[in-house]
Write a protein that binds this ligand. Structure first.
Ligand SMILES: CC(C)(C)CCc1c(C(=O)O)[nH]c(=O)[nH]c1=O
Length: 309
């Protein structure tokens, strides 16, 4: 049984990796993922300059998942770009560089810097980035998203995919897929946390920013994550691969994401709780499921979700 996968012609020896934001803040965390059973890693979404992020507590794990309003704490694009450029020369692996500008100008400026560099990996453009105040996050504003991607692909030639928040309406799957199908995207990553949830302990919110409102991850979001993976798998042109993120904590969850069409599966909340040894456990559990079912590679069952007659 092999757990290898391919995205945009880049080979990975394992289809598991971290989700942006988890275990990817600095060299130490990124090295831990790189030296684990994971096939690769993605960096914390970078902005042009480093950011402290929101006041603590800004992340809270709970039995069925997590809530966060981190506020994009990161060490700045140069830190991650320099680190990945030197690491990829040593390991010959393909890494993901996540980024999100706080304005269109910042996003384009960062991408121009990456385009001019000798970075050989892939960019994951986080479209959950904030928009003009009073407007929804970028990925929920499709005309603005289309405008941005048009300007991006006017100059950007390295492999680039987008990290998407969950959509909840079939009409939105249709409209969003119509936009993303217009661009030479390497992948779409479904899903980011479900935005603006609220978790309460006794009579009090559990995180400080935004009066306790934050992105929800974990068991709570797996049905939504699987639906988004499969909806885009059904709608996007075959050259745009799907990365599945959300609610993964067992090999069975990884299997279900791949069954829905995912070519790579990311782990967030469960990685935060268990640490990087989770990648070996998930690999073992997925291997056992595949052996039981007689699948040799993930391509034997990727996207083959069955419907009821
Ligand atoms: C929510 C934003 C701060 C605009 C982007 C960064 C981000 C964060 C974060 O840094 O708060 N948390 C998430 O669960 N997903 C994200 O994409």
């Amino acid at each position: 049984v092999l757990l290898n996968t391919t995205i945009a012609g880049y080979e990975f020896d394992n289809c598991l990796m971290n989700a942006a934001g988890v275990c990817c803040y600095d060299h130490e965390e990124l090295t831990m993922v790189d030296q684990s059973s994971a096939g690769t890693f993605v960096t914390k979404s970078a902005t042009k300059t480093s950011r402290e992020g929101n006041p603590l507590p800004r992340y809270q794990a709970v039995p069925l998942g997590s809530i966060n309003s981190m506020g994009l704490p990161n060490l700045g694009l140069d830190y991650y770009l320099d680190y990945v450029r030197q690491l990829e020369k040593q390991t010959k692996k393909t890494y993901f560089l996540s980024m999100t500008g706080l304005s269109k100008e910042e996003t384009l400026e960062m991408l121009k810097q990456v385009e001019l560099s000798d970075f050989k990996g892939m960019v994951e453009l986080n479209l959950s980035c904030p928009n003009v105040p009073g407007k929804p996050q970028l990925a929920y504003d499709l005309p603005t998203t289309e405008n941005l991607l048009t300007e991006v692909f006017a100059f950007f030639t390295k492999p680039l995919g987008v990290k998407l928040p969950p959509y909840f309406d079939i009409a939105h799957f249709d409209a969003a897929a119509e936009v993303y199908n217009k661009f030479p995207l390497a992948f779409v990553n479904c899903v980011n946390s479900i935005g603006n949830g609220l978790i309460i302990n006794d009579e009090t919110v559990v995180i400080k920013p935004k009066n306790g409102f934050g992105g929800i991850g974990g068991d709570y979001i797996k049905p939504t994550a699987l639906a988004n993976v499969h909806a885009f798998y059904q709608r996007l042109k075959p050259s745009i691969k799907i990365i599945g993120t959300g609610g993964v904590k067992t090999g069975r969850d990884v299997f279900e994401h791949i069954l829905c069409g995912a070519s790579m599966v990311q782990v967030g909340t469960a990685l935060e709780k268990e640490g990087v040894e989770i990648f070996a456990r998930l690999s073992q559990e997925l291997t056992e499921i595949m052996q039981e079912k007689g699948y040799q590679t993930i391509e034997d069952f990727r996207g083959k979700l069955q419907y009821l007659a």
